[in-house]
Design a protein around this ligand. Structure first.
Ligand SMILES: [Zn+2]
Length: 236
């Protein structure tokens, strides 16, 4: 039987690779929690400057455009804060430096719950495999969460240690918990549609795709619309 998460955490940190990732992955959940009083913080590691098939697009101006799209979407979701780290798109690696940065965010925000990419998800069917940046940021976040952020001798300059209780990983092939996003599916669609540089046109196909995907997960969870996650209980 599919487990539906009902409780609303107090403080949440979502860490994703590209400006549109959190909205595609979990905007329904973030909006639901924000509406219920949760403080939602979002960190986006790369600038998303290479996210186009158009050879004539200037990388810096695309990155700048995506900063605006991210801000608009974060406002719709109801995030308390959002921050782009501006690292070059497609070039991110799970380095000591990235882990230190993420440990700093975890220790400053001090979230109960963290959301991010499932780095073990590689092949989705026969036509898509997971983006390099999603895998690297996913592993870096897990490495930052445990044990690094929770133990004081890891990155001692990044603030006092903090134990995150639970991580929910999206884009997973093995979801084991679901959030009912039936009340926030419209917010999710609107947030995803803010990323016009990625989902061009105003014909609403992106919002339509959001509904179709959430409906599939909803069928697995026994509700109209859902988002699925792999849960890791980290203690604390
Ligand atoms: Zn992405």
């Amino acid at each position: 039987m599919a487990e539906l998460l009902d409780a609303t955490p107090n403080v949440v940190l979502a860490v994703y690779a590209h400006p549109d990732d959190a909205d595609v992955a979990c905007a329904g959940t973030l909006a639901r929690w924000a509406k219920a009083g949760c403080e939602v913080h979002l960190v986006v590691c790369t600038d998303g400057g290479k996210g186009t098939p158009d050879p004539d697009v200037d990388v810096a101006s695309l990155a700048e455009r995506r900063v605006g799209e991210l801000a608009e979407a974060a406002g719709i979701v109801g995030a308390a804060s959002h921050q782009g780290l501006g690292m070059p798109d497609g070039e991110i690696e799970n380095t000591l430096e990235l882990r230190a940065e993420l440990v700093g965010w975890i220790r400053r925000v001090r979230p109960e719950v963290v959301l991010g990419h499932d780095p073990t998800a590689v092949f989705f069917g026969q036509h898509y495999f997971n983006h390099h940046d999603h895998r690297e940021v996913g592993w870096a976040l897990l490495d930052a969460l445990s044990p690094a952020a929770a133990l004081p001798h890891y990155f001692p300059k990044q603030g006092p240690a903090h134990q995150v209780s639970v991580a929910y990983l999206s884009g997973t092939l093995e979801p084991d918990v679901w959030v009912d996003v039936s009340d926030t599916i419209g917010i999710k669609a609107a947030a995803v549609e803010c990323h016009r540089s990625q989902f061009s046109g105003s014909d609403g196909w992106a919002g339509e795709a959001v509904h179709v995907r959430a409906e599939e997960e909803g069928r697995r969870a026994g509700v109209a619309f859902a988002e699925g996650f792999r849960r890791l209980r980290l203690g604390g």
